[in-house]
Ligand binder design. Structure first.
Ligand code: FDA
Length: 299
């Protein structure tokens, strides 16, 4: 990131929410479930599946964590009623991890049971490194008991190749991403190329171990490497899928689908869109610059 980009990103917190919302709305389906359902219908009609994410994180109130759990359980009925091709994605800190890990574990299990009852599936998003141990342990337990669950590994973390070695050899389902949280250098690779190389090494290892892999990236270089690995390992379409975020590089999305590969789009919605949107904008200072222009333009 160059100096100007760094400055833009640092100034984001002083930009009024309305302006951030205007520029960031491409990353969020809307504030209501109906908005997300509309977005998923469109995605499904383009030949892709979806995963539905209710926005929210770092919940410190038990009633709120239980309410989010109930909302998630309700999503499976709506997915079935509307015949949507969609799973769901959850965040442990939204379901009470910061309050009590046992409560969070119970809430996740209730959602996974509901997914199983509907023949659907739950992906447990990976948050910052303080949650990695809990998340992987809950994932392995629930995979063994119920199935219908996916975990996320982050190529930026130095531990990821070891975490792959510790996965069950049967039925592992993993989304692999670079990792969006800023982690201390002692535990995370910082250099862009090194993270890419670790991503390819992790993807290769997951494929060799027979895991189902969600290749979550918009990085054309990694898409290229993933296609080569799919070919080298003779993977059939039921062993992998590409995954992309709503609003990011729809052209690459169309190219991957047109090549005949399965692709899933991550569709976030809900009233708590601000933290998610600013994370996305920090990731792409070119877009953040539009926010600043709009800000100063208005002033
Ligand atoms: P990179 O950041 O290098 O982006 C490659 C190219 O994509 C850029 O050059 C740009 O063109 C485009 N691009 C990327 N981000 C953009 C943006 N915001 N706006 C516009 N263009 C953009 N992380 C995590 O820590 N835990 C998780 O659970 C998940 N889950 C998850 C699910 C899915 C489906 C995806 C695709 C990603 C995640 N991530 C995540 C986020 C992930 O870790 C990572 O931060 C982003 O995917 C960006 O990394 P890329 O691999 O796309 O490369």
């Amino acid at each position: 990131m160059n100096l100007v980009s760094k400055l833009v990103v640092r100034l984001l917190p002083i930009v009024p929410k309305g302006i951030v919302g205007f520029v960031a709305k491409r990353y969020v389906a809307g504030s209501k479930l109906d908005d997300a359902v509309r977005a998923i219908r469109e995605i499904n009609s383009q030949g892709a599946s979806a995963t539905l994410d209710i926005l929210g994180e770092s919940v410190t109130d038990t009633a709120k964590a239980l309410d989010f759990t109930a909302q998630y359980i309700g999503l499976f009925d709506r997915i079935a009623e509307d015949h949507l091709d969609s799973t769901v994605s959850i965040k442990p800190t939204m379901l009470g991890l910061k309050i009590d890990p046992a409560l969070c574990r119970q809430n996740i299990e209730r959602i996974v049971r509901s997914a199983k009852g509907h023949g659907s599936s739950v992906c447990i998003d990976m948050e910052d490194s303080s949650t990695t141990g809990f998340t992987l342990s809950a994932y392995k337990d629930l995979l063994g008991t119920h199935g219908h669950v996916t975990a996320v590994l982050q190529a930026c973390l130095r531990r990821t190749l070891d975490d792959i070695s510790a996965l069950p050899t049967e039925g592992a389902c993993i989304r692999l991403c670079k990792g969006i949280y800023l982690e201390p250098r002692a535990i995370a690779w910082r250099d862009y190329q090194t993270v890419r190389r670790n991503y390819v090494a992790a993807l290769d290892k997951l494929m060799r171990r027979g895991a189902f892999v969600g290749i979550a990236t918009h990085d054309e270089y990694l898409v290229h490497e993933a296609l080569a690995l799919i070919d080298r390992h003779h993977l059939t379409r039921d062993r992998y899928e590409f995954q992309m975020l709503l609003g990011v590089d729809p052209e690459l999305r169309r190219i991957i689908i047109s090549l005949g590969h399965p692709l899933r789009v991550y569709v976030p919605f809900g009233s708590e869109w601000y933290a998610y949107s600013t994370r996305r904008l920090r990731e792409n200072p070119a877009v953040a610059t539009h926010v600043m222009k709009a800000f100063f333009g208005l002033r």
